[in-house]
Design a protein around this ligand. Sequence first.
Ligand SMILES: Nc1ncnc2c1ncn2[C@@H]1O[C@H](COP(=O)(O)OP(=O)(O)OP(=O)(O)O)[C@@H](O)[C@H]1O
Ligand SMILES: [Mg+2]
Length: 353
Amino acid sequence: MTFVPDQEVGPYRIVSQIGRGGMATVFKAYHAALDRYVAIKVPVASFQANPEVLARFKREVKIIAKLDHPNIIPIYDVNEFEGTPYLVMRFVEGRTLREFLTQYKKPVSLTTIMTIMRAVTSALAFAHQKQVLHRDVKPSNIMLGNDGNVYLMDFGLARIVAEADATLSKDIVLGTPYYISPEQAKGEPLDERTDLYSLGVVLYELLTGRVPFTGESPSIVVYHHIASPPPPPSLLNPNVSPAMEQVVLKALAKDRNQRFASASEMMQALVQVVQSEAETPPPQAVPITTPQTAGAKPPTEAKPIEAPKRPFKSANSILLILSLLILISEIYLQRSQIFIFQWCPSFPVQPTR
Ligand SMILES: Nc1ncnc2c1ncn2[C@@H]1O[C@H](COP(=O)(O)OP(=O)(O)OP(=O)(O)O)[C@@H](O)[C@H]1O
Ligand SMILES: [Mg+2]
């Protein structure tokens, strides 16, 4: 069952459908008693019928609902309407990072990247402390609120939905495979480093404009996550510094022991990179003669390094002179062949005349 505009669902009145992902349909609804708008998420149909599944859904949501953090979209309620389970959360006015990236189409500024990373690492650090994994960190689960705040949403939802469907393995990817960690792809037990890998992919995309692995089918993408080294981000964007590249590649290590141990550690590394780059002035061309005279005006702008002048012109002239000399001497030699062969009798070729 799906909801339709103006339908009364418990205390909520459905306003419109605002989105549909691989796992759920999202509606904007109005809660008259509290005079506020909410977002209502209705999971995919396949898992709505089973009462046991419904009970588990409610149990899992209870854990997520305890995540009270400024960068996590709060959950207000979990209920069912005529057998259809639904989840009520804060309605955030804004757009997802996915929508932003699709519309913006320009390199994202470092300030914006840091704002997003600060919010998401903070949300993850908080959840991980409470032993909750997100399992599906990706741009469509990051909301950029019109209030300037950044939110991470859909905590643990991937698992809840997968668990609810007996035909799916616990950590299977229901949506996009572009952000999946190698261990998640292999169906191994997960810890917080799976979220840090996925966040590494998001960071990679923010810096380069594309995800590290693509392919013609989800299984090819998954294979790359397990086995292929990511193309260095600086190949796609030369403005990515070696230090920043190191952070990204560390987050994307196949072996989770080589990754950052926590979300805070990852953020610290990013802050260090940005700080050290702000302190280090950009490389400048060193003038050959520095004006030493007191009062002499320092150069306001570094002169671009000139490429060394290639001696094309002089080489050409030498070549021209040499060829002329050879030509003249050949003419001369032809005229004086007899003289040469007389002078040099052992020469193998006999003169023509
Ligand atoms: N709390 C919310 N406030 C406002 N809009 C929301 C909220 N939650 C979700 N949305 C909107 O609903 C859309 C669909 O979200 P949903 O989580 O179902 O799909 P998804 O994350 O894009 O895909 P997937 O199912 O693969 O996770 C989002 O892209 C967003 O635009
Ligand atoms: Mg989502």
